[in-house]
Ligand binder design. Structure first.
Ligand code: MG
Length: 160
């Protein structure tokens, strides 16, 4: 068995009156991500972790934010495309772990929905997908609700 690990990181600025999408789920929030896509910063970090595991570059290379094709795009479609690349090379996702840093709103009520959504796109058991949320104790740009920050790790597995 061959294994690969990848990490991903993404930040989006927040602004009032925009929808907030995280982990494929729309979150009730007065603040949403400023973005070329739907701004799902959690999916973006996860995509970068998956691409990173296979040294396939980053999400910006595959889906440029200068392209009209990706303007306002549902990030779930980006994850599905990344999974096509992963599967095309014979890999499957062993597990993924995502940490979302956001001061507010509270994300706990949405965590399991995000896990269900992401695991269904990656076609793996929900037990293999972890989503965690934290504040930064009001410190830094996250603490001032100026932005949302996400870290992701993914392990890929290939049977020999
Ligand atoms: Mg992004």
């Amino acid at each position: 068995m061959d294994i690969r690990i990848g990490n991903g990181y993404d930040v989006h600025a927040l602004a009032e009156g925009l929808p907030l999408w995280l982990g494929g789920i729309e979150i009730e929030s007065p603040l949403g991500c400023i973005a070329h896509s739907d701004g799902d910063v959690a999916i973006h970090a996860l995509c970068d972790a998956l691409l990173g595991a296979l040294a396939l570059g980053d999400i910006g290379r595959h889906f440029p934010d200068t392209s009209d094709e990706f303007k306002g795009i549902d990030s779930k479609l980006l994850l599905a495309r990344v999974m096509e690349l992963v599967q095309a090379e014979g890999w499957s996702v062993g597990n993924a772990d995502i940490t979302i840093a956001m001061q507010r709103p509270k994300l706990a009520p949405y965590i399991n929905q995000m896990r269900e959504c992401l695991s269904s796109i990656m076609k793996i058991d929900v037990e293999r997908v972890s989503v965690k949320a934290t504040t930064t104790e009001k410190l830094g740009f996250v603490g001032r609700s100026e932005g949302c920050e996400v870290y992701a790790v993914a392990l890929l597995v290939k049977e020999q």
